[in-house]
Ligand binder design. Sequence first.
Ligand code: ASP
Length: 450
Amino acid sequence: MIVMKFGGTSVESTEAIERVAGIVRDRLALHPVVVVSAMGKTTNKLLAIAADAVAGRREQALDLLNQLHEFHQRESEELGVDDIVSVHFQELAELVKGLAVMGEMTPRATDAVSAFGERLSSLIVTARLRKLGIDAVHLDARSVIVTDGRHTQAAPILAETTTRLNATIPPLAAKHAVIVMGGFIASTENGVTSTLGRGGSDYTASIVGAGMNAAEIQIWTDVDGMLTSDPTILKNVYRVKQCSFAEAAELAYFGAKVLHPATVLPAIEKNIPVRILNSRRPEVEGTLISSKAVDSTSPIRSIACKRNITLVNIVSSRMLMAHGFLRRVFEIFDRHETSVDMLATSEVSVSLTIDNTQALPAIRKEIEEFADITVEDQQAIVCMVGDNLRHTPGVLARAFAALNHVKIRMISEGASQLNLSLVVSAEELAGAVESLHGEFFAAPDPAAFA
Ligand code: ASP
C-alpha cells in the first residue's frame, strides 16, 4: 500500500483532478490511499467567510459563501454529487448564520467551518475518479483520524487512530482500487470535528502511512521536489534526489516550503520513506526522504533562506558572571509568546532572531530595565543544511571565503551539527546565496542532485 497526498493546487480544478486521476491510475498496482487537501484556496476562503460573519459583515460573508458554493458546484458538474454538495453548503450556511448571531469565533467553530474544504474536495475527487473509470471509494477522514480536543491544532491520538485505520482500510481496499479521504480533518474521541492545523494534510498522509505501514508516502505538490536553493532567488538550482529526515526537518523549519517538520514525525518513527513529487510533471522522480543518511561528495544538501527576520542584540549592563541573565531574557520572550529562531551568545550578550515582531515594543521595554537592546529589521537567515557538514573539514572556510563580500551579522551552528546559519541584511541575501551556491554546487554530485 502507498499513500498519495495531493495538495490544494493539485486538486484546484477539474483539469487538475484529471491530472491526479492519470497519476493515480498509473499506480493502481500499489494500492493507493489518496489524501486530498481542499480545492485551491478554499480553506482561506472559508475562514474569511467566518471572520466576516463574526464581524457583522453579513453581505460580504454571503457573497463569498455563494461564490464558494458556485465554484464547488461547477467543479462537480455531471458527477452526480450535486445533492450532497448542496447539503454541505446548507449546513455551512447554518453554521455561518450561527456565528453571525454569536459574534464570536471559538476554535471549535473554526474547525467546523474550515473542515468543509476537505469534506467537499474528498467527495468531488472520489466522484471524478469514478467518472474516469477508476474504482474509487470515499472514506470520511473524521471517522478514522482521532485527535485530542485542541481545536485548530489538534494532536492525533495515534493508538486509537491506528486501530480505526486498520479496521477500516483493508476491508475497503479489498473491494475497491483506490480509497480517497480528506487531509487536515479529524474528530475528537467524542466525535466533534477537529483539524490538525494549517497545512495539516501532509500530516494526515503520514499518520495514515505510519498507521498502515505503507511502503511509501508520496506528497504530490507543484514543485519538482526539494531544491538546492530558493528558486525565487536563484535560477540555476538543482533538484535534491534524496535527503535524510533530519535534513528535511531543518530545511522545512528554515522556510523551504515543501514539507513541515512535524509532518515527517510519524513517518520517521516507522521508517517509512516520503517522496516529494510534482503533479504537473509526474515523470520527474522528485525527492526521496528517508531515515538513511545519503552518501554524496557534497557536504551540503541545500541552502534555505528565511526573509523578514528581525535581529535583536541584547547586552547585559550588569557585571560579568551574573547568572540568570539568559533565563530572564527568554522568560520575557516566552511570556509575550514570541518564538526565537536563531541564537548566539557570549558571556554578557545574546543575539537572537525573531520573525513575529508584534510584541517587540513590550519586550524591548522590559529588557531595557536590565540590559541594552538594539533591534535591526530587514534581515534574512541563510541556512546551509547537510548531514555531511559535521564530517567534512573545511566547509566553514569555504563558506566564509565565498562570502568575503558580505557583511555577516550573526553565525550559529545548530546542535544537530547539520546546519550552519547566518544572518545577513535583506539587501545582501541574494548575493550571499548566489556565492554560497556557486561554491558548493559548482559541480553537483550526480548521485545526489539532478
Ligand atoms: N486545507 C488545509 C490548509 O489550507 C490543509 C492543507 O491543505 O494541508 O491549511
